[in-house]
Design a protein around this ligand. Sequence first.
Ligand SMILES: [Zn+2]
Ligand SMILES: [Zn+2]
Length: 343
Amino acid sequence: MYTTTVTQYEEKKEADRTLEKDVEPLPVPRERTPASQPIIWRNVIGIIVLHFLAVYGFVSGYRDAKFWTWIWNIAYGLTTGFGVTAGAHRLWAHKSYSAKIPLRIFLACLYCMAGQTRFYNWIRDHRTHHKYTETPADPHDATRGFFFSHIGWLMVKRHPAVKEYGSKVDMSDIVADPVLRFFDRYYEVIMVSLCFVLPILLPMLVWNETLFISVHAAFIRYVWSLHATFVVNSFAHMWGNRPYNRQVSTRGSHAGRVKPTENPTVSFFALGEGWHNYHHSFPWDYKAAELGAYGLNATTAFIELMALVGLAYNLKTPSKELVDRTTMKKGDGTNSLWGNHRH
Ligand SMILES: [Zn+2]
Ligand SMILES: [Zn+2]
């Protein structure tokens, strides 16, 4: 049973850090004036074209798309999501569980199918986001507004603080991982093949889908899956309750309502990554949520299934006492799942 592989992660240092995180002085000046961040026009145009192709493709092609094209793209999009959530995020960025080589290779393939960026960049940005949440060193600092944290941060050059502090994040485990080294080295070829060529060609060869519809369906799936990741950085940093850490940001135009939240809608679209107030409090929990509601945490179900068949092990989770202590000390008095008062 998977439960035999779950370890209650009680390391003193980690528990203390969880409780004391917000009282530690941040190394980044909180009030540093926004540095000039020139627009990267190539990215702006790319993002606009991508969205145009997706919307135009949907409007002009949805009536003619074959049944199996719908099924194929929905299934493909969902599957790629696990590469991001169970792979890049919970396995590699947070080391919240361990995985045997076949599972690591499988997750690396799924991750490349999602076509986001190289593992190294994704993981460095994510670790920087956790370490310097809502400071100028946060790559998608939510105090700068919804648009910036959702997608705008990809349209401008990085803030100097993001570069400075991001370069100090420990990435030695990622550099030492042979699977990640291989996939990052051949990223372009693998990504283009798995994110575009395969999903476009297969429907044409197997059930005679047209080139026009197959290409546009792939763009729709790609744009959809990008937003499913982006909503965690925007919606789940703005709207929802805060059962584990009620403190809100004092910075920026959105001060007072920014800090990671519990957001079931985001969890639905992001395969369980919307329990974000919990996740920022216990980033090393493989569930990324206190409660295991599989309907809204498909990634947890996936990891537990992998543990059941012996491919995942050393699943880390905090003790109930530690969660309760954190909740009582810092939470806003609500319950993570239903929004009820807890105490
Ligand atoms: Zn976050
Ligand atoms: Zn995270």
